[in-house]
Design a binder for this molecule. Structure first.
Ligand SMILES: Cc1cc2nc3c(=O)[nH]c(=O)nc-3n(C[C@H](O)[C@H](O)[C@H](O)COP(=O)(O)OP(=O)(O)OC[C@H]3O[C@@H](n4cnc5c(N)ncnc54)[C@H](O)[C@@H]3O)c2cc1C
Length: 265
């Protein structure tokens, strides 16, 4: 059973509180319902509420977002319009007022829409652990997870020339992803010079799709190119069945949503 909820002040105190069997609690929008459902073994919770890890810094070519910054705060920040469409696609405003950036990195699919966007932005994750601070690319963090007693303290990225985000869901707002596509592109004279594509709803975790990127680079950003990129991606996606859509449906509609994300139609 849940034996304690501790609310340490500051990062060092959080670190000290993170003993074995404890679990980090950020906004609690994912963790608390799962605790209530008893799907997660009850344990000791270490709240990040007073960890002092929130905040947004926007420099000339870099953005840093603190781990406990809420999605609502991102939504309201006029310097972060690049992420506004993404955060508005997540849950409803009351949930976004609690849900945090770092929490979104560790939720199960089909959630994790901000993680998909940050993956396309090639975000770097700032991590703090018993050995001190370190930084790691988000794709590696998603694949390998954190070491015991580590926590995320922030994420940072460089805004790309062009960023696209598209989420297909049963309803326009407040509905989980069927397919999410985020893309960071550099296009010069109509030709793709650089591409990073990330997908949600199409695998056990947000997926960086390098096979599709390889097809896009060096070609015009048009329907035949995007069709070929979708075909290439189909070899690596692993769609799944859930309450929102079947694996078959996700695979079937994926090329349409890749096209909508990349071409806007
Ligand atoms: C009604 C509803 C609708 C939702 N719809 C969507 C949706 O459309 N899209 C979507 O992406 N999500 C959705 N979610 C899921 C969730 O709200 C978000 O993913 C949210 O960003 C999770 O953040 P949190 O702060 O609440 O995480 P928590 O629930 O507090 O934690 C989630 C996990 O992250 C870990 N964690 C938290 N902070 C850190 C840290 N700093 N370092 C390491 N580990 C950490 C926790 O230990 C836990 O395992 C929805 C949730 C609800 C309740």
């Amino acid at each position: 059973m849940l034996t304690a909820v501790v609310v340490p002040e500051g990062l060092e105190a959080v670190q000290a509180a993170l003993v074995e069997e404890s679990r980090l609690l950020a906004g609690g929008t994912d963790l608390m319902p799962r605790l209530n459902d008893r799907a997660t073994p009850p344990t000791r919770l270490v709240s990040l509420r007073r960890a002092g890890l929130d905040g947004i810094a926007v420099g000339a070519d870099a953005v840093r977002i603190g781990a406990t910054t809420t999605l609502a705060r991102i939504e309201d920040d006029d310097r972060l319009t690049i992420l506004r469409g993404c955060v508005r696609s997540i849950a409803a405003r009351p949930v976004r007022g609690l849900a945090t950036v770092a929490g979104n990195l560790f939720v199960r699919q089909p959630h994790g829409d901000l993680a998909v966007a940050l993956l396309a932005l090639d975000a770097e994750v700032e991590i703090h652990g018993p050995g001190g601070p370190r930084a790691q690319r988000l794709d590696q963090v998603l694949a390998a997870g954190l070491a015991p007693q580590e926590l995320v303290t922030g994420v940072r990225f460089t805004p790309p020339q062009t960023f696209r985000y598209h989420k297909a869901a049963r309803r326009r707002f407040n509905s989980a992803s069927i397919v999410t596509v985020a893309a960071a592109l550099t296009v010069v004279d109509g030709v793709v010079r650089d591409a990073r594509i990330a997908l949600g709803g199409l695998g056990p975790r947000p997926l960086r799709c390098e096979t599709a990127e390889g097809v896009l680079v060096g070609r015009p950003l048009d329907e035949p190119t995007v069709r070929d990129a979708a075909r290439a991606a189909e070899t690596v996606i692993e769609p799944f069945d859930d309450a929102y859509a079947s694996a078959w449906y996700r695979r079937r509609v994926f090329p349409v949503h890749l096209r909508r994300a990349l071409l806007g139609r």
